[in-house]
Design a protein around this ligand. Structure first.
Ligand code: CMC
Length: 436
C-alpha cells in the first residue's frame, strides 16, 4: 500500500479533538482512508452495514471498475482471458499471479487432472442425502466433508497444505458436482477421465452413463470453459468475503470454501442464475413476450417484492463485461444446437432490450449481469436449472482459494471481527418467572 501525501481530517462538532487519518493509494481505483486507529484514539467505530464504503483488505488479484464495466484478473482484461486462455490457465494466473508458460501449463494441468478422483468413501456420505436435495445443499455438505477425508492438507498455516488443498479442491469440484447430479437422477457415478480437458471431463461425468459414452462437443466444451473462466473470481463479493472471514479464524481450507459455497447459494448472489431462468420460465408460461410489460410493471412496484433477476450489481453501474461475453457464447451455443429460435432466448433478448430503455433501470444504472445469459447457455447444454449455482461454485472455488491464500500470506492479517452499534436494551435484572 502506498501512503498518499494527502491526509484526511476527522473533526467533531462537539469540540472533541480532531484526528488525522492516513490515506493509501492503490495501483488503480479509489484511495482508502485508514481508520484502524480510530477506536483507540476516539472511542468511536465507523458504521457501514453492507460494506458500501469499506475496503476489508488490500488485494492484488482482481480489479473491477464498475462505472467503466471493466474486470481484470491480475491486470488482464476478462475479454482477453476469455478468448486467449482456458480455465486452468486462468486458475494458474489467479493462484500464482502470472499466466503460465507452456511447461508450467502442462505441469499444472497434469497435477490438477491427477487429483480428480474423490475418496471412494465419499459416495457413501453422499448416499445419506435425500435424492431430491438441492445440489447446493449437497455441495455445502460434500465440500465441508472433504476436510474429513483429506486430513493431510488441513493446516491453513502450512503453505504445502494450502497448495495441495488448492489443487485438490480445483480438481475435485467437477467430480463432486457431477456426483451430486447423478445422485439426484439415480444414475451411477461416472469416474473422471484425466486425458480430457477440465471442462470436457466435467461434461462427460455429467452426461455419460456406463452404457453410453459422451463425446464432448468442442463448441459446448468451450462454452462451459468460458462459464468457468468468467466466474473464476470477482474480488470481495459476499461469498469471497465469507471465505476470508471464515478462514481468518485459522479453520482449514475445505471448511472455509464450504462457507463460501453456502453464501453463494443465495438468490442475490450465485443463486441468481437459477432464479433468472425460473423467472424467464414463469413469464414464458404466462404468455411470453406479450407479458413483459406487465412483468416490468411489477418489478417497478416496490411493494411487489419482484426483481428483474440477472439485472443490477453492487459494483457494476454499467454493462457487466462478463454478460457481454456470455451473450456471445449464448449465440454460439444456440447456433451449434440449432436453437436460435428458442423462445426463452428470444424472451431474454426482448426483456433486456425493454429494460435497457426503461427510465426505472436507466436511472438506477441497472444493467444485465453475467447471470442473465449464463442460465440460458447452461440450459441449452443440458444442465438442469437447480445445478446452475453448483457450477458457479465449482468455477469460483479457485478465486476463493486465491483470496484465502492471499489473506493468510499477509503479515498484517488478523481474525475478522466487525463491531456494532448496539441499540438494544441496556443492563437489566432477570425477574423470577412468576413476576415476568
Ligand atoms: N430489479 C429491480 N430493481 C432493482 C434490481 C433488480 N434486479 N436491482 C436493484 N434494483 C433497484 C433497487 O430496488 C434500488 O431501488 P431504489 O433506489 O428505488 O430503492 C436500486 O435499484 C439500487 O439497488 P440496491 O438493492 O440498493 O443495490 P445493491 O447493490 O444492494 O444490490 C443486487 C445489488 C445484485 C443484490 C441487486 O441488483 C439484485 O438483487 N439483483 C438481482 C439479483 C441478481 O441478478 N444477482 C446477481 C449479481 S451478479 C452475480 C454475482 O456476482 O453473484
Amino acid at each position: 500500500m502506498t501512503p498518499s501525501d494527502v491526509k484526511a481530517t476527522l473533526a467533531f462538532s462537539d469540540g472533541s479533538p480532531s484526528m488525522e487519518l492516513p490515506i493509501y493509494k492503490g495501483s488503480i481505483g479509489p484511495d482508502v482512508i485508514d481508520i484502524r486507529k480510530l477506536y483507540a484514539q476516539t472511542g468511536k467505530f465507523t458504521y457501514d452495514p453492507g460494506f458500501l464504503s469499506t475496503a476489508s483488505c488490500n488485494s492484488t488479484i482482481t480489479y473491477i471498475d464498475g462505472d467503466k464495466g471493466e474486470l481484470l484478473y491480475r491486470g488482464y482484461p476478462i475479454e482477453q482471458l476469455a478468448v486467449n486462455c482456458d480455465y486452468l490457465e486462468t486458475c494458474y494466473l489467479l493462484l500464482y499471479g502470472e499466466l503460465p508458460n507452456a511447461d508450467q501449463k502442462a505441469s499444472f494441468n497434469d497435477r490438477v487432472m491427477h487429483h480428480t478422483m474423490v475418496n471412494e468413501q465419499m459416495q457413501f456420505f453422499l448416499r445419506g442425502f435425500r435424492r431430491d436435495a438441492h445440489p447446493m445443499a449437497v455441495m455445502t455438505g460434500l465440500v465441508g466433508a472433504l476436510s474429513a477425508f483429506y486430513h493431510d492438507s488441513t493446516d491453513i498455516n502450512n503453505p504445502e497444505h494450502r497448495e495441495i488443498a488448492a489443487i485438490r479442491l480445483i480438481a475435485k469440484m467437477p467430480t463432486l458436482v457431477a456426483m451430486a447430479y447423478k445422485y439426484t437422477i439415480g444414475q451411477p457415478y461416472i469416474y473422471p477421465k484425466n486425458d480430457l480437458s477440465y471442462a470436457g471431463n466435467f461434461m462427460r461425468m455429467m452426461f455419460a452413463t456406463p452404457c453410453e459414452d459422451y463425446k464432448p462437443n468442442d463448441v459446448l466444451v468451450r462454452a462451459m470453459d468460458r462459464i468457468f473462466t468468467l466466474h473464476a473470481d470477482h474480488e470481495q463479493n459476499a461469498s469471497t468475503s465469507t471465505v476470508r472471514l471464515c478462514g481468518s479464524s485459522g479453520t482449514n481450507p475445505f471448511a472455509a470454501i464450504a462457507a463460501g459455497v453456502a453464501c453463494l447459494w443465495g438468490p442475490a448472489h450465485g443463486g441468481a442464475n437459477e432464479a433468472c431462468l425460473n423467472m424467464l420460465a414463469d413469464i414464458q408460461n404466462q404468455g411470453g413476450v406479450a407479458k413483459i410489460g406487465e412483468f416490468i410493471k411489477q418489478v417497478k412496484d416496490k411493494n411487489s417484492g419482484v426483481k428483474l433477476m440477472g439485472f443490477g450489481h453492487r459494483v457494476y453501474k454499467n454493462y457487466d463485461p462478463r454478460a457481454k461475453l456470455m451473450r456471445e457464447t449464448c449465440h454460439e451455443v444456440l447456433g451449434e444446437l440449432g436453437l436460435q429460435n428458442d423462445p426463452m432466448f428470444k424472451l431474454a433478448m426482448e426483456l433486456e432490450k425493454i429494460a435497457l430503455e426503461d427510465e426505472y433501470f436507466v436511472a438506477r444504472k441497472l444493467y444485465p449481469n453475467v447471470d442473465f445469459y449464463s442460465g440460458i447457455v447452461q440450459r441449452a447444454i443440458g444442465i438442469p436449472v437447480p445445478l446452475f449455482t453448483a457450477i458457479f461454485a465449482l468455477a469460483r472455488t479457485v478465486g476463493w482459494i486465491a483470496q484465502l491464500n492471499e489473506m493468510i500470506g499477509d503479515p498484517e492479517y488478523k481474525i475478522g471481527r466487525p463491531r456494532q452499534l448496539f441499540v438494544g436494551a441496556t443492563s437489566r435484572d432477570v425477574k423470577p418467572i412468576g413476576q415476568r
